[in-house]
Write a protein that binds this ligand. Structure first.
Ligand SMILES: Cc1cc2nc3c(=O)[nH]c(=O)nc-3n(C[C@H](O)[C@H](O)[C@H](O)COP(=O)(O)OP(=O)(O)OC[C@H]3O[C@@H](n4cnc5c(N)ncnc54)[C@H](O)[C@@H]3O)c2cc1C
Length: 446
């Protein structure tokens, strides 16, 4: 008899700023009795909630239950920087042959499918523009190497026939109010979400269609007859099938052991800027920049009902235990303050109000952990950094695989080679953390 027990459950380090700035939320139910379902989804982030929506779209009569270990929007799905990106990460690779162009076109088409799906969610949930903004994003450079990278990136976008605009230093300053950036590359396809607002709205919307539970961790599941029984602290679900949408915690149930890299990212968000600080800052009210060096600093300015604020996201660390520490968050906070002062020397009186950490999951070869892992148990995990678009896509794909036996999205992920094994501990942690520190140091002003 197959039995899987969760060795670890998610533990978050500090409250997610995006959630903290929203008004208090009506809680969703905790599972407190036994239940039956056709499909049980474990994990309520982008993958889990998208899988639930796609299942409901394909068969509204299906009994679906979603279990989220914590509160919706307190997991990584509510802790990220909100870039729902259509372009693959590393478009400026050196080896840019015809095959790579085709692979990038396919990846872009997939990501845009996820974005269209998310737009449908935004419409159904009547999300205002400040929560779901198809504004595009800028790849910002602060060094000569970064400028070069932007020019290469622009050349690749041209070959792909993708629209883009190069910004000069003066244009970057006019946009951001910061004298820091030496060039920018704007591409219009990214949607900027307020991640906690999006996840809250989607989970509440789904609660009107299917069973949605928060503060309800799945502690294990075992085969019973033709189906499975999922255990939680206060109730069990007898279910036909399961979708594991718990990203790195897939490994906590014993799958993909030592094949998933658990990376922590750190973010800080300022207090509300005063009208006088806004004037001093200059620039436009909303903009979003990713660094031209992927290990550099993402910065986002938001405005609207939840205040004019600036988000700084940088620093990364590797944790096989899938959680970081308060000490690491404090150290990252010092770096965030330094990066903020470098970019906004004229906002020396602005303080950070929220600081938080969040886990993401990568594989060494960039493959997902996707497919049927046991009879009737599916996985939609390991989003490799671009989890807003890729998690949405994997959730859609898992639902389609489960109900239809396959789809273009499912085939895309099923065709990927298996994530390779990591070196044994402590070598993996030592190697990964040294590499990340070196990359951060090398990214310099980026
Ligand atoms: C600071 C930061 C910035 C980021 N910025 C971006 C960005 O701008 N763009 C982007 O695309 N990505 C970004 N990411 C990555 C992105 O957040 C993740 O890739 C994405 O959240 C993955 O989605 P998911 O649904 O697969 O997993 P998650 O969002 O992690 O959702 C999985 C859920 O499963 C739950 N869970 C785990 N175990 C159990 C269990 N046993 N029972 C029940 N529930 C369980 C967890 O609580 C969690 O809520 C960022 C991440 C961080 C931390």
């Amino acid at each position: 008899m197959s039995t899987y027990t969760a060795k670890r459950l998610p533990r978050q380090t500090a409250a997610a700023g995006w959630n903290a700035i929203l008004p208090p939320q009506d809680p969703l139910p905790v599972l407190e009795q036994d239940l039956t379902a056709d499909v049980t989804i474990i994990g309520g982030g982008f993958a889990g909630l998208s899988a639930a929506r796609r299942l409901h779209q394909l068969d509204p009569s299906l009994k679906v239950a979603v279990l989220e270990a914590g509160k919706f929007a307190e997991g990584s799905a509510g802790r990220n920087s909100g870039f729902m990106i259509d372009l693959p990460h590393d478009l400026a690779s050196d080896n840019y042959a015809g095959d790579a162009l085709d692979a990038d076109r396919a990846a872009i088409a997939m990501n845009r499918q996820a974005i269209r799906f998310a737009k449908g969610i935004a419409e159904d949930c009547a999300l205002p523009q400040e929560l779901f903004d198809p504004a595009g994003k800028i790849n910002a450079a602060a060094t000569r190497a970064g400028d070069r990278h932007n020019r290469d990136f622009a050349a690749h976008l041209k070959r792909l026939d993708e629209p883009h605009t190069l910004y000069s230093q003066a244009e970057m300053q006019a946009l951001t109010g910061s004298p820091h950036y030496t060039s920018g590359l704007y591409a219009p396809g990214t949607v900027m979400i307020q991640p906690a607002g999006y996840i809250r709205a989607l989970s509440a919307h789904l609660a009107g269609q299917i069973r949605v539970f928060e503060n309800t961790p799945a502690t294990g599941f075992e085969k019973q007859g033709n189906g499975w029984v999922v255990a939680t602290p206060k109730g069990r679900i007898s279910t036909g099938r399961i979708i594991l949408a718990n990203n790195g915690h897939l490994e906590s149930f014993g799958f993909y052991q030592r094949r998933l890299m658990h990376i922590c990212l750190y973010a800080s968000m300022t207090e509300r800027l005063t009208p006088e600080q806004i004037k001093r800052l200059g620039g436009e009210a909303r903009w979003s920049v990713t660094p031209s060096d992927p290990v550099g600093t993402s910065v986002r300015r938001i405005s609207g009902s939840y205040g004019d604020r600036i988000l700084i996201r940088t620093c990364a660390s590797f944790h096989p235990t899938i959680e970081t520490s308060r000490m690491r968050l404090r150290n990252a906070g010092w770096v965030h303050d330094r990066k903020f002062r470098e970019r906004f020397p004229h906002l020396e009186d602005v303080r950070m109000e929220h600081r938080w950490a969040g886990m993401l999951c990568l594989s060494r070869n960039g493959s997902a952990a996707f497919g049927e892992l046991d009879h009737g148990v599916y996985s939609a995990c390991c989003q490799n950094g671009l989890g807003i678009a890729r998690g949405t896509l994997q959730g859609m794909g898992a639902a389609e695989l489960l109900l239809q036996g396959g789809s273009d999205i499912a085939s895309h992920f099923l065709a990927q080679p298996e994530p390779p094994k990591l070196p044994p501990e402590p070598f993996a942690s030592l190697g990964a953390n040294t590499y990340l520190m070196w990359k951060e140091w090398r990214s310099g002003k980026e």
